[in-house]
Structure formats: structure tokens, C-alpha cells
Design a protein around this ligand. Structure first.
Ligand SMILES: [Zn+2]
Length: 299
């Protein structure tokens, strides 16, 4: 433990997160699958999430599951199982609306609805929030803290993306920051290019980049003295999900690239590193910061 005071807080630690939504919730498909059509879509999230839990269990890895409130209402037993298996249950909001497209009052209602329901199911406080499609924005932060969250994990400090949101003060070299007293941001990992970075935390990039190269990048981030934060969705290990007509080539590529290889890749990644849930990563970072401050104050 003595070494913690000489390292940067959170150094070399890896957190794994899973955004629990189904294949038809994806923002990329919104133009062809309207919100009203969700009820008629085949529900595949429970089986896919259970498969991920098995993969984690085989490696004794623990993760954070950001569960969409809509999914929790359809699959309450899944949420109880995630919690009972020792994982962290956190919130992905209720209706998968982009945060910056909502009014503050609508956003508050959305996050409270999901948080309260998840807490009723698990009997545990929900500490973390992840915005749909990483659409976080500055005005949302005090609302999250007021609603009882103590961290957000929705920033991708990347070069450019058509839909990602942004928070002031975040960059790839500072992956965990205290945004307000008692409220933290743990951003998705990037490989640093100046203040911005190449996305190296999951999604289509994880399916596209050769697996060995991906692992080299993860090790590089961990060796550089930063924590690593990974994310994935249950539908990404499901090549049998329905094919959607009417998508442009780019959207189809983004959604389907290497789905057939992803379960194997995910299992390999889970086995290749030591993983913890985001709540533990943040608690260790806080402990590291306070011990570093203590050490500074002694000199
Ligand atoms: Zn999502």
C-alpha cells in the first residue's frame, strides 16, 4: 500500500462497464426504429447480458452495469441477478434520449425514474450514471448530483464524433476528475494525442481494431500511469440479432462490424486484465488523492 502514495491516483487500474440496452435502442438505428416500435421488437438483452455475466464470472471479474430503466422494467430479475453476482448496478437513464436534446426538467425526471426503480430492485444505492451515446453536457452535472449520484462516466475526450457531448475541463490526460465537491467524472479511455485522444475504450472501435493491437493500447495506457475504462453493450456479442433495413452503409457498418467475433474478443479481454467496477476505481482514486495530499503536506 505504501507505493500508492508515490503513484498517480488510479494508476494502472482497469474498470469494465456494460451499457445494458437492447439492439433496437441504439441511437444509430433511431431513424429506422422509432421509439413507438420498441414494444414490438424482439427482446434479446437478457440472454446477452447473462452471457456476459458468465464470461465475467469465469474470470472472477467485476464490472459496472449501466442499466437502461426501460430494460429494467422489462427484465427486473436480470437487474437483481447483476447485483446478486457482486457487480455494480448503475443508471443509463430511462428512455435513452440524448441528454442535450432534453430540457433540464425532462432530464431530471428521466434519471430519477431509472435510479429509483433500480434501487427498489437491488436495495442498494445507485451511484453512477452514463448518458445515452455519451451525450453529457455541463448543465446536467448539478442535476445528477442533486438526484443523489456521485459520479458520471459519459465523457469521451476524443478527436471528433458526431454525437458525443462534452464537459468543460476534461481531457485525455485527466481521465478522473472531481467536477464538484463530492461528484466525479470517470471518462472513457483514449490514447492521447495532445489534449484529445483516439477512442480506445470500446464500441465499434473495439470490434474494428485488431485484438492484439487493442491490448497493446490498453497496456500503454496502464503503463503511462493512468487508469483504463472500457465499455461494451450486450448486443455487441449477438450476431444473430435482427438485420435492420433502410440503414445507410456507414450506419450498418458501425452497428454490425465484427459482431460475430466480439464475444470471443470480449472473453479474451476480460481474461487479459484485472477488472473492477467504476465505483471501486473512483473510491481508490479518491483514497490515492487524499494519501498523496497527506504526503505532500508532510514535506
Ligand atoms: Zn446506450
Amino acid at each position: 500500500m505504501a507505493s500508492m502514495t508515490t503513484e498517480r491516483p488510479g494508476a494502472g487500474q482497469a474498470a469494465l462497464s456494460i451499457d445494458v440496452e437492447d439492439w433496437f435502442h441504439v441511437e444509430n438505428l433511431k431513424r429506422v426504429i422509432a421509439r413507438e416500435a420498441w414494444e414490438g421488437c424482439e427482446l434479446r438483452v437478457e440472454r446477452n447480458t447473462m452471457r456476459m455475466i458468465e464470461i465475467l464470472d469465469a474470470c472472477k471479474a467485476r464490472a459496472t452495469f449501466f442499466v437502461l430503466g426501460w430494460v429494467a422494467e422489462k427484465c427486473p430479475q436480470l437487474v437483481r441477478t447483476i447485483s446478486a453476482m457482486g457487480h455494480e448496478v448503475a443508471s443509463h437513464g430511462y428512455g435513452h434520449e440524448l441528454v442535450y436534446s432534453l430540457q433540464p426538467g425532462e432530464f431530471r425526471a428521466d434519471v430519477l425514474r431509472s435510479k429509483q426503480y433500480l434501487e427498489d430492485l437491488t436495495g442498494r444505492p445507485v451511484r453512477g450514471y452514463r448518458a445515452p451515446c455519451f451525450s453529457i453536457t455541463d448543465w446536467a452535472v448539478p442535476i445528477l448530483q442533486d438526484a443523489g449520484f456521485d459520479y458520471d462516466s459519459s465523457v469521451v475526450p476524443t478527436v471528433a464524433h458526431d454525437r458525443y457531448g462534452r464537459l468543460n475541463g476534461m481531457h485525455a490526460g485527466r481521465p478522473i476528475v472531481s467536477l464538484r465537491e463530492g461528484f466525479y467524472e470517470a471518462s472513457i479511455s483514449c490514447i492521447r494525442v495532445g489534449k484529445r485522444g483516439l477512442p480506445w475504450g470500446g464500441g465499434g472501435y473495439f470490434r474494428l481494431v485488431p485484438y492484439r493491437l487493442w491490448c497493446r493500447g490498453v497496456r500503454m495506457i496502464l503503463r503511462s500511469g493512468m487508469p483504463y475504462v472500457f465499455y461494451i453493450h450486450p448486443w455487441e456479442i449477438d450476431p444473430g440479432q435482427p438485420r435492420v433495413d433502410g440503414l445507410d452503409i456507414f450506419s450498418r457498418f458501425r452497428h454490425r462490424v465484427n459482431l460475430h467475433r466480439c464475444e470471443q474478443r470480449f472473453a479474451a479481454l476480460v481474461g487479459a486484465f484485472e477488472w473492477m467496477p467504476l465505483c471501486d476505481l473512483i473510491d481508490r482514486w479518491k483514497a490515492g488523492c487524499s494519501s498523496a495530499q497527506l504526503q505532500c503536506s508532510r514535506h
